[in-house]
Write a protein that binds this ligand. Structure first.
Ligand SMILES: Cc1ncc(COP(=O)(O)O)c(C=O)c1O
Length: 433
């Protein structure tokens, strides 16, 4: 008989009332097998499961928790804001402060609209691009994920990729799919060819400037520059989806770090510090097309929610004051170098892609440049690796096609524990037998 509070018992209960037992497909363990871990509490780099086990967390709520779980200053800011009222559906000073901070820290961001998720941010950017340019077509890249709006699910990464829903989701009308064009990530020639023939029809190119939803895939030199040039030449907008990368590699956007200013930037995850905040920002002439200034409609009962904004503001201020980025980067490099060294020593075909605190252990030949390369990796071996680590108290994302996150709360010792558990001499099963 299982303990009534165990993950297994909770998952059985969940499946009776929640589709698939989870409120977001990436939480299911479908790609790796087994029962999702139910979590009761987290502090710093660790969380405790319903089964009473403690894990070092390298998933970090899929990215928001760059300061780790329940950072005391963030929790205090949230409690203070909550005591003043949970929601007004009207204006507050704190949301102005967050908007000011985002604009000050993100080159090219003159105006920003706060929303409640990355999905909403990207959906808003697409609608805005279409409303601004008067064009219909969107170009996105194979394996990039921009949230679950209809137009952006075509050839999307993350949960769709994990679930094998390669072309799109059921329920997305064919007309919507027809307006979304796809190119392989890092394939400048393909984008050039498409933009030369059809550039006048394209409202926007949307891209993750570092892709994190087919595993970690970094842009090859010149790729993002080419997207900037081609959109400028054709009058299309360039949208950087920085829901993962925003404030991840420095207290700013990746666009700022790589010296490319997109027309629109989508943010989420870190800017909410673990609470639901997203944002779509960019040039004034584009953003002022949004209602109520302009004709492009967008709204939200909980947009700029005071409690969520308090968490985001507090997180961003700590990142700016304490600058944990060099130390996170150092831990990221330790992981990547050790994993690759250990794999070489044991003759394992594995590659660890890494930027800052982002990493993906791919079971295949690197470098991984696009979805095609990512799909050639051995997802079954990742599943065995995942469970080996889980059994040793290390929690990675439960899919080969995701990134792992190192936070400022991970210590040298935490990272050493990951490296030791991931050593093939620690008995990681190489086959299912
Ligand atoms: C790059 C990117 N864009 C958009 C989204 C959607 O964000 P949300 O899950 O907050 O709707 C995600 C989610 O993981 C993402 O990784």
């Amino acid at each position: 008989m299982s303990d009534p509070a165990s993950s297994e018992a909770l998952f059985a209960r969940a499946r009776r009332v929640i589709p698939g037992g989870v409120n977001s497909p990436v939480r299911a363990f479908n790609a790796v097998g087994g029962t999702p871990v139910f979590i009761t509490r987290g502090t710093g780099a660790r969380f405790t499961s319903a089964d009473g086990k403690v894990f070092i967390d390298y998933c970090g709520s899929w990215g928001p928790l760059i300061l780790g779980h329940a950072h005391p200053a963030v929790v205090e800011a949230v409690c203070r804001a909550a005591a003043d009222g949970l929601s007004f559906g009207a204006c507050t000073e704190r949301e102005v402060e967050l908007a000011e901070l985002l604009c000050a820290r993100s080159p090219g961001m003159e105006r920003v609209r706060l929303v409640s998720s990355g999905t909403e941010a990207c959906m808003t950017a697409i609608r805005l691009a279409r409303g601004f340019t008067g064009r219909r077509k969107i170009l996105k890249f194979d394996g990039c994920y921009h949230g679950h709006a209809d137009a952006l699910l075509v050839s999307a990464g993350s949960g769709l990729l994990t679930a094998g829903l390669a072309s799109s989701s059921a329920g997305v009308p064919a007309g919507v799919v027809a307006d979304t064009w796809i190119a392989p990530y890092n394939d400048t020639a393909a984008v050039e060819a498409l933009m030369q023939r059809h550039g006048d029809d394209v409202a926007a190119i949307i891209v993750e400037p570092i892709a994190g939803n087919m595993g970690l895939v970094t842009p090859t030199p010149g790729f993002l520059e080419a997207l900037r040039r081609l959109t400028r030449d054709t009058g299309a907008l360039l949208i950087f989806d920085e829901v993962i990368t925003g404030f991840r590699l420095g207290p700013t956007t990746y666009g700022s770090l790589c010296g490319i200013t997109p027309d629109l930037t989508c943010l989420g995850k870190i800017i909410g510090g673990g609470m639901p905040v997203g944002a779509c920002g960019g040039r004034t002439d584009i953003l002022e097309r949004l209602s109520p200034s302009g004709p492009v409609y967008q709204a939200g009962t909980l947009s700029g929610n005071p409690v969520a904004v308090a968490a985001g503001l507090s997180t961003l201020k700590i990142l700016i004051d304490e600058n944990p980025y060099p130390s996170i980067e150092r831990q990221g490099r330790r992981v990547a170098e050790a994993i690759e060294r250990q794999a070489r020593m044991h003759g394992i075909n594995a590659h660890c892609a890494q930027r800052g605190g982002l990493f993906t252990i791919f079971f295949g030949e690197g470098p991984i440049r696009n979805l095609h390369d990512a799909k050639r990796c051995d997802a079954a071996r990742y599943a065995r690796f995942f469970h080996h680590l889980l059994g040793r108290g290390i929690y990675l994302p439960p899919s080969q096609f995701e990134v792992s996150f190192i936070s400022a709360a991970h210590t040298d010792d935490d990272v050493t524990r990951l490296i030791e558990a991931a050593n093939w001499s620690a008995g990681i099963p190489l086959t299912n037998e």
